[in-house]
Design a protein around this ligand. Sequence first.
Ligand code: COA
Length: 645
Amino acid sequence: MPILEREPPKGRRESYVLPKVPVPPLKQTLDMYLNCMKHLVKEEQYQKTKAIVVKFGEPGGTGELLQKKLLERSEKTYNWVYDYWLEDMYLNQRLALPVNSNPAMVFPKQNFKDRKDSLRFAAHLITGVLEYKERIDTRVLPVDFARGQLAGTPLCMKQYYRLFNTYRLPGHKRDTLIIHKPGSTEQEHIIVACKNQFFVLDLVVNKKKLKEMDILTQLEKIVKMAENSEERQPPFGLLTSDGRTEWAQAREVLIKDSVNRESLAVIEKCLCVLCLDNPSGMEVGDTSRALLMLHGGGHEKMGANRWYDKPMQFIVGEDGVCGTVCEHSPFEGIVLVACTEYLMKFMTGSPSKMGRATSVSELPTPARLLWKTTPHIQDLLKASAERLQRLVRDLDMDVHKFEVYGKEFIKKQKMSPDAYIQVALQLAFYRCNGRLVSTYESASIRRFHEGRVDNIRSATSEALAFVKAMTDEKASLSDSEKMKQLWDAINAQTNYTITAITGLGIDNHLLGLREIAQELKMERPEIFTDETYVASNQFILSTSQVPTTVEMFCCYGPVVPNGYGCCYNPQSDHLLFSVTSFHGSTETCSAVFIKALDEGLVEMRDLCRKSNKPQSSAALAASKAVVNNQGAGSKLPSTLQKTGK
Ligand code: COA
């Protein structure tokens, strides 16, 4: 896959030491911040912001003090930004996990002959999960190496060690990410959800690990038990689909009873959740499959057959709709792709061992998790169901395959495919809204110890100039002038990417300065209460590249009510986009955005074809100047210099 290259361990396994995430120079971040926001806010507001930023950064000012404290923190910790970032990005967020936070990976549609066939698939999948987990626990996963921009450096593997042993516990103000010890014996079970019931499938019986055939036997028992309406329990999974504070409050009510406490404890320690879904009754297309992964179609469909707090949740639908929906706080989409691609390859490449293995002879019946309800708890369930339904009705999703060309065409133009797609997204947004807005593109900082992501702010001033040139009829620029602007936009985007992936992005740094001020119990500095800062964190366009090498795709929801979520998967000859927005916003429409994106991508290709020559030396020189102004490319930590791969 484009970002990662897998190497066999050969003694290099984790024997490397990754550098710490750097703390960027204060002046560089402040200059970049102004540069990023100048064209996105009104002139008057910008002047106000500029004055605030200059004051913040002046010698002996607040900025210098906070920067000093941040540098001290960086000395004392492995990763100065990790905790701040985790809390800000996930644990402090109060919105419901489905759609708003949990991404989903949609597997290829399966053609099951019947329920038993789907259970065979599920048993094989869980066997693959166990094999993968074994690799994690025994630390034999090959180290990932960066590809694409600045290829060749090893990447931090920590996120892999949080795939199966974590749980996001709801809190009144802040959630907690629970991390179990890897390989812990408490974690020898999975939870199987079927018809909104939860069952414990023990993976070790009489000290013997269950074989695939045993897992199938247990799944068959579970399906049968789920059909027994007399023993049916209320749909408690719904509570996990609610806002985090609402769920934390409900959980407090639940744990007053020991039966509920025990059921919760078993779920919270499980390795993963397997959701055996009934057919949804929806027409099976890419968009409907993505919707079923993200929110399960609400409480009337599969929305209650989930436990959204659990980071790894596999869905196997009787109608062949399969995938995963993940709690995002322990790992990034790229790690999820690596894991699920392994599983997909396992599914197709290693034959099911049903017939050959000898099974564990005495298999106890899987336990159904029991719940004690009260009228109050019934009301809580009803309220959660209604709120989930609202979210389901509100989500406007469109999965689109752009088939005119793919990343090979872009590479032939000597352009970075990722930068090109980002510029195309800016063009689409401008076409739909007549302006550009704060944009988020995730940039991996796994080149650093415990590195997660920073932000590439794709709404550059160069992108604005280009999209105006493409849409403003009065501008009537020549094709070569437009092409020059396209190059400027691509170069600015590529340079920002390099800045961000080398740990010199501005979002994490500003967050660090803000949070350290809070730790010092200082009054929040004006730079962080300013209107421009607030706007800079409203990511109306939230984007991410999640490339795959097997047929599957990732999707997620918008992060603000009037925004778009756009996950893309560049392939050689096509580009796959999953676009989401909310029907409730009058400013957005996923289908309109897709149409504008399609048109823009075709126009950009036509422009390239007409010009059809590589970047001029003048444009190259201009791009280098941008890099140097930002101070990024010239200040790469030596550990991140290309290794010549
Ligand atoms: N000319 C020709 N080819 C070029 C080129 C150019 N000017 N610039 C780049 N390419 C090639 C690259 O060598 C690479 O080739 P490969 O496919 O053979 O490896 C390919 O085009 C892709 O490179 P590019 O499009 O520039 O992107 P990238 O792979 O470097 O990715 C990011 C850029 C920002 C997406 C990546 O660094 C990143 O951070 N990914 C993680 C995103 C993430 O975390 N997503 C999940 C969030 S939950």
